[in-house]
Design a protein around this ligand. Structure first.
Ligand SMILES: NC(=O)c1ccc[n+]([C@@H]2O[C@H](COP(=O)([O-])OP(=O)(O)OC[C@H]3O[C@@H](n4cnc5c(N)ncnc54)[C@H](OP(=O)(O)O)[C@@H]3O)[C@@H](O)[C@H]2O)c1
Length: 356
């Protein structure tokens, strides 16, 4: 009997996870949705939400899929682990902990085996690029990466989607748009060169730092030369990314297209003369990532430009989480380290990395 908890079940990622579990016939005997106390009793996907309160019963779960933000993960993921569940977490809370595997299902599924109770899902911007970057790396070795991203508002969650809708509605009806509450500036009919926040005088955003660090960790290349500019655009769903990719050996655009045509989870859409290239409107609701506009960067040797688009709520978050859960069930890796006698995570949220 497999029991699954979905924490953050009322949010943008959580509702997508619940839909996907059903679509993919996930072999669970019971799925229990959790959200904040505010949502207790609400219905999502035909299930009644439980509040994550101090008296919540966390016992008996095999897997807990988390998408409730970092502070909730920090506090609650170790408690689920202590009760025997394996946690797959969408927040950034655990991703860079050395003993937490950071997994893209097509790229490094073998890392799942080393889990000690918590497995992290990467940031959506890194996630959707890695099924493309990894086969290129395996074939000709990555030297340097330059990313410019065009990120949708659903990447910030359900309230950001409402903010764009409300502002756009007001402007189209010749009214003053409501003041922004989620973003630092109006997002409707605007473009913001800021995704997340600037910390401690850093002139890169936290999103840009995450993409850089997570690509290095997943590819196992701590010294990979990579830079990123992450931009928020008034698109409801699906992130679009321009990548400039320098490699150690040469790869022609044709060979790159052939290579990527074989890559799991990747679809090549590349007939620009016919107006065929990856589009957010076409990636919406899809689990694959789409790549096109593959061409040489004539200003630098052994360098390609390309355009990658993916549904940030699906492959960027929910799909990958469910794929990891599927591997856990298939391979029988659902009992957490706590149940095997180890206590690898402190309730305060710091992974201490040592078995008890
Ligand atoms: N959106 C994306 O494309 C994306 C991609 C990758 C990763 N992520 C990550 O996934 C997480 C969720 O993102 P989202 O976009 O789904 O956000 P969201 O739409 O704002 O949803 C947040 C969810 O967390 C729940 N929650 C908030 N505080 C809680 C608490 N104290 N206890 C229990 N549940 C609580 C909310 O419940 P209530 O409804 O009751 O408030 C809601 O279900 C974030 O860590 C985000 O960084 C998101």
């Amino acid at each position: 009997m497999t029991r699954l908890a979905v924490v953050g079940a009322t949010g943008a990622v959580g509702t997508t996870m619940l839909r996907l579990l059903r679509e993919r016939n996930f072999p669970a005997d019971e799925i229990v949705p959790f959200a904040s106390e505010r949502s207790a009793g609400k219905e999502v996907e035909g299930l009644t939400v439980r509040g994550l309160t101090p008296d919540a019963d966390l016992s008996g779960f095999d897997i807990a899929l988390f998408s409730a933000g970092s502070s909730t993960s920090r506090e609650w993921a170790p408690r689920f682990v202590e009760q025997g569940a394996v946690v797959v977490d969408n927040s950034s809370c655990w991703r860079m902990e050395p003993d937490v595997p950071l997994v893209v299902s097509e790229v490094n599924p073998e890392a799942i085996a080393s889990h000690r109770g918590i497995i992290a899902n990467p940031n959506c911007t890194a996630m959707q690029a890695l099924p493309v970057l990894k086969p290129i790396h395996d074939a000709v070795a990555l030297e340097r990466l330059v990313l410019s991203s065009y990120q949708s508002v659903s990447g910030t969650g359900a309230k950001a989607v409402a903010e764009l809708q409300d502002q756009a509605h007001a402007i189209l009806h010749e009214m003053d748009p409501p003041n922004p509450t989620i973003y630092p500036h109006r997002i409707a009919f605007n473009i913001l060169p800021q995704v997340e926040t600037f910390k401690d005088g850093d002139d890169y955003t936290t999103e840009e730092r995450k993409v850089i660090a997570e690509c290095r960790k997943i590819l196992g290349m701590p010294d990979l030369r990579i830079t990123a500019t992450c931009v928020r655009v008034p698109v409801m769903n699906c992130h679009s990314e321009s990548w400039n990719i320098e490699t150690r050996s040469d790869l022609s655009p044709d060979d790159c297209r052939s290579l990527l045509a074989e890559a799991p989870g990747v679809v090549v859409v590349d007939e620009p003369g016919a107006g065929r290239y990856p589009l957010a409107s076409e990636a919406n609701g899809r689990d694959e990532v789409f790549v096109g506009r593959i061409r040489r960067d004539d200003s630098n040797e052994r360098t390609l430009n390309m355009w990658i688009v993916g549904d940030n709520l699906r492959k960027g978050a929910a799909t990958n989480t469910v794929q990891i859960a599927e591997v856990l069930v298939e391979r029988g890796w659902v009992r957490s380290a706590a149940v095997r006698g180890a206590a690898p995570y402190q309730a305060e949220g710091t992974a201490i990395g040592a078995p008890a």
